[in-house]
Design a protein around this ligand. Structure first.
Ligand code: AMP
Ligand code: ZN
Length: 486
């Protein structure tokens, strides 16, 4: 089995990944706050951890990996939109409108991320569905002396956890000096953070031992990862910006609630995305959503390809030029892959199948996706541009594309523009005929199978029988119009 090496932020070095249980590899990634469309930067962790998820499934088997990514649906901005809608005369209670807004945003998110070729995690818990376990964890933290109640709030006492700051490498004193902490008279230490806070009557709230209120952000992930993955699991991921305070606080909560457990063994963080060399921001006018790009006709795979071109621990720059260049490459690659119809042959993602040489090793080296793309590029130039391409080579190539999520199997409707769609139609004709021949053979209708095969040959195609079924390949004489009536 290939060794996977990952850079563990906690250890500050690349380490060989050893799962607690290879039969159940567990990963938790902090998901979005669902108040609006995801911007392009939000998509980076999704693509990065999707690659890791796919690699883990490839190495350990698709049934032996559990990936959890939450939705934060307790948030002031969600409430604000709901309130605006109510004031504008929308029907329903405020709670219903809040729920409606989260649902709408979650729907968009899944659609947009699906367009980028991201597999859906095995579990996508919403914070609002786990308030009970959060309250239980807070009670436990109070009982163990790590948290205290003050003026309807419950705060975590950072001084009660000696390793506070270890992940991000800061001491509590440094943090106080450097951070913009919310000063509040009820805090014993300015760094103490909120586990629970009161809610006003007109906003969503839950009954608790400390009155009607709502959970803080950090306790969500501690409670949900515990419920779904246990007190110790393998990988915890998220953007760099979450290291402090979010992940630091998650660690403090989880380790204090379950002192004998390890919480997450490997911490992974992706660097930020910029646009044309600048931080993405509304005021610079370079802020856009994934949906905006898809609407402009940039295919999801092109966005994904550009992302994969930069190592996840480096800042990445989105430029139009990169997208343009990626467009042609992705188009050419997918035409190869779709041509043999492997995308439709029913092998599950992550099957431990043969990919191009060096591919899994590149990904296993702390997700060296840009090397993986280079290998694909070289392979394509070397083996797939000849007249008589070997099917095995195309198959390996196409399986590699699938492993990295560039195979074009997407859920969204945002298809490639017409000229490219036409290429794909051609391609699907190839696989369609192969499938028809296989179906006829399965039904022992050999005359029909031979008839289709002969017609395909007459149309200028070669017909190959492979272990994955019958496949057509193109020759210089191929005439697609002759396949149409078959
Ligand atoms: P949020 O919804 O703001 O909590 O962010 C969701 C995810 O997007 C987090 O993992 C953030 O780290 C990540 N994220 C936000 N902005 C960027 C960016 N510019 N580049 C990369 N990741 C980002
Ligand atoms: Zn989190």
């Amino acid at each position: 089995m290939t060794d996977i090496k990952l850079y563990n932020t906690m250890a500050r070095e690349k380490q060989v990944f050893t799962p607690i249980d290879p039969k159940n590899v567990r990963m938790y990634v902090c998901g979005p706050t669902v108040y609006d469309r995801a911007h392009l930067g939000n998509a980076r962790p999704v693509v990065v951890f999707d690659v890791l998820y796919r690699l883990l499934r490839h190495v350990y088997g698709p049934d032996h990996v559990t990936y959890v990514r939450n939705f934060t649906d307790v948030d002031d901005k969600i409430n604000a939109t709901a309130l605006q809608r109510k004031e504008a005369g929308a029907e329903g209670t405020l709670e219903e409108l809040v729920h409606e807004r989260s649902n709408e945003t979650i729907g968009w998110y899944l659609q947009d991320m699906g367009a980028l070729g991201a597999l859906e995690p095995d579990e996508m818990p919403r914070a609002t569905e786990f308030v009970g376990p959060m309250i239980a964890m807070i009670e436990d933290l109070i009982a163990k002396g790590h948290a205290y109640e003050a003026e309807g709030h419950v705060l975590f006492a950072v001084e009660s956890y000696k390793n506070y700051g270890r992940l991000s490498g800061r001491s509590v004193d440094d943090m106080i000096a450097g951070a913009r902490v919310e000063v509040a008279p009820y805090k014993k230490n300015p760094m103490d953070f909120v586990l629970w806070k009161p809610s006003t009557d007109d906003l969503p709230g839950w009954d608790s031992p400390w009155g009607r209120g709502r959970p803080g952000w950090h306790i969500e992930c501690s409670a949900m990862s515990y419920e779904l993955l246990g007190a110790t699991f393998d990988i915890h991921g998220g953007g760099n910006d979450l290291q402090f305070p979010h992940h630091e606080n998650e660690i403090a909560q989880s380790k204090c609630a379950h002192p004998d457990a390890g919480f997450a063994n490997y911490w992974l963080h992706n660097e930020m995305l910029q646009v044309e060399g600048k931080k993405m921001s509304k005021s610079l006018g370079n802020f856009f959503t994934v949906h905006d790009l898809l609407e402009q006709g940039v295919p999801g795979e092109v966005i994904r390809f550009v992302f994969l071109g930069t190592h996840y621990r480096k800042p990445m720059d989105w430029t139009e030029k990169k997208a343009e260049q990626a467009f042609n490459t992705v188009r050419r690659w997918q035409a190869h892959a779709q041509a043999v119809g492997f995308g439709e042959r029913g092998e599950g993602v992550g099957d431990n199948v043969e990919v191009i040489p060096g591919f899994v090793e590149a990904l296993s080296d702390d997700l060296n996706t840009s090397l993986a793309l280079t290998l694909l590029d070289r392979f394509e130039r070397e083996y797939l541009r000849e007249e008589n391409v070997e099917l095995d080579m195309v198959a390996q190539f196409s399986r590699s594309l699938r492993l990295i999520g560039l195979d074009g199997k997407r859920k969204d409707q945002n298809a490639f523009p017409e000229e490219i769609a036409a290429q794909f139609d051609k391609a699907s004709a190839w696989s369609r005929i192969g499938t028809m021949i296989d179906a006829a053979r399965t039904e022992k209708n050999f005359d029909e199978a031979d008839r289709i095969r002969d017609a395909a040959k007459a149309a200028g195609f070669e017909v190959h029988t492979t272990k994955d079924g019958t496949i057509l390949s193109e020759t210089l004489d191929s005439d697609y119009s002759k396949l149409e009536g078959l």
